[in-house]
Design a binder for this molecule. Structure first.
Ligand SMILES: Nc1ncnc2c1ncn2[C@@H]1O[C@H](COP(=O)(O)OP(=O)(O)OP(=O)(O)O)[C@@H](O)[C@H]1O
Length: 456
């Protein structure tokens, strides 16, 4: 039984009875009516999938004009209705005209039951897939709206930020590949989304891929997709992120973390603008806007041979270098106020502002974690504060981060020395966790554990 409702409209009772008798064996619901004038009422009462519409109603008429009129009328109610026209007169021209006006198919009376079934079940599949696509489009658009809500707009008036915004507005609509450089937490993702928002692809998908989290095994299956059976767990075909981002923007974050073999694979995709799923030979064309970002010094890495120059040239058509928060002057206060307002609302607090000491502390602190750190500091302060103003104490800023870390003393305990070394490395690399970890001979995860442990 096919889960479709069929509406049959014909002025001939015999046709209606035989259509009902035959179709009800195959389709969930059959609605019949003698006059197309009842269409509006029937369509508003029933969730009709397919309409079988006779072309002639007035006695002696055979030119099909009425059928064409009602076809247009039905499609004006909803252009996705699947209408199959039927006539006793095998008029090819009329059939062409009807199809041009939006009919899905055409059937001649008297029909053969198998032919009628084949035509309606094909139309029913079409209707179901159109419905599915519509539903997915709705889900997609609401997901995209949710994503948009997660992203802050760019807050700040500092000259370097205004400069970057000017460049962004100029380049965003051009489809040029853009590389965003900046320390951790400087807003690379915020800028990437802002580029998408001002591009011609703004109503399409924005696909964020954190390359840093993909190991060599996952890289290809995640980015390029795979065919069923390509590896043990590949139980069905799956498109990769490039294919999923079709028509939209793909944002490859942490591109500096890619190993050289993976850089070569990515380069080949970007050069050919095609991807090949794992376990397949077919090349699939991709149409995506590329934005990449990293906190690593790609130019130095090219000089050291750890990042391919040809890949750098491919991704950096336009480069945006985000300044550290400490270099943004009064923007620190503007951003702090912005976060204060949003956390005030979130935590239902009546806080109005930072007091004078808190403001000057915010300005003199050197913010190794940049805007993300500021955001966390303000959130914590909003939660902790009881009054109407946030005081310097509410900020709980670590004293070592004012004007650099103190020197290591020989009489320090081991733990204290370790803390100081970690702090020094982070300061030296301006909060760049990857580089600080490399200098200390630690993995990023191990460094993060120490940052947590020492409350840095
Ligand atoms: N100019 C800005 N205006 C408003 N919010 C900002 C701005 N810059 C950063 N933020 C906020 O700071 C946080 C960190 O920003 P984001 O994730 O974009 O940084 P990032 O440079 O991509 O970090 P990472 O290098 O760690 O991936 C986010 O919550 C973001 O909303």
């Amino acid at each position: 039984m096919i889960e479709s409702t069929i509406l049959v409209i014909d002025d001939d009772d015999d046709i209606l009875v035989s259509a009902r008798l035959f179709l009800k064996q195959h389709f969930r619901q059959i609605v019949t009516c003698k006059s197309p004038k009842e269409i509006n009422v029937l369509l508003s009462k029933n969730e009709v999938d397919i309409i079988l519409l006779d072309m002639n109603y007035q006695k002696g008429a055979s030119d099909g004009r009425e059928g064409l009129y009602w076809l247009e009328h039905i499609l004006s109610i909803d252009k996705d209705y699947v209408v199959i026209l039927m006539t006793a007169y095998g008029n090819v021209e009329l059939a062409v005209q009807a199809i041009k006006k939006g009919a899905t198919d055409f059937i001649l009376k008297p029909w053969e039951n198998e032919k009628l079934f084949a035509t309606i079940s094909a139309a029913s599949k079409l209707r179901q897939s159109t419905r599915k696509v519509k539903k997915l489009e709705k889900i997609n658009s609401s997901i995209q709206k949710d994503i948009a809500r997660q992203f802050e707009h760019i807050v700040g008036n500092a000259e370097p930020i205004k400069d970057l915004q000017r460049t962004l507005l100029k380049v965003a609509p051009t489809d040029a590949n853009m590389l965003i450089l900046g320390e951790n937490g400087t807003g690379k993702q915020v800028f990437a989304y802002e580029i998408h928002k001002h591009s011609l692809r703004k109503n399409q998908i924005f696909m964020h891929v954190d390359l840093g989290s993909l190991n060599d095994n996952l890289f290809e299956s995640e980015l390029f997709g795979y065919a069923k059976g390509a590896f043990t767990d590949a139980r069905e075909d799956k498109p990769g992120r490039f294919e999923m981002a079709e028509g939209g923007t793909i944002f490859l974050d942490e591109i500096g973390n890619l190993s050289l073999p993976l850089q070569a694979k990515l380069l080949s995709v970007l050069q050919n603008r095609t991807v090949t799923r794992l376990g397949e030979n077919k090349e699939r064309k991709i149409n995506v806007r590329l934005i990449t970002a990293t906190n690593m010094p790609l130019n130095d890495m090219v000089a050291k041979g750890t990042f391919r120059q040809d890949l750098l040239f491919r991704i950096n058509t336009v480069e945006l270098v985000l300044p550290s928060l400490a270099a943004r002057g009064d923007d620190i206060l503007i951003l702090a106020d912005h976060f204060l307002q949003s956390f005030n609302t979130k935590y239902h607090k009546g806080l109005l502002r930072f007091d004078a000491r808190a403001s000057s502390m915010l300005l003199s602190y050197h913010w190794p974690g940049n805007v993300r750190e500021l955001q966390h500091v303000v959130e914590r302060a909003v939660i902790m504060s009881d009054g109407h103003e946030i005081s310097a104490a509410d900020l709980q800023l670590s004293p070592q981060k004012f004007g650099g870390a103190p020197a290591i003393q020989t009489d320090m305990g081991l733990e204290e020395m370790e803390k100081m070394m970690v702090q020094k490395a982070i300061d030296k690399h301006k909060g760049n966790i990857s580089r600080a970890a490399a200098e200390l001979g630690l993995t990023r995860a191990a460094l993060y554990r120490r940052i947590e442990k020492f409350d840095l």
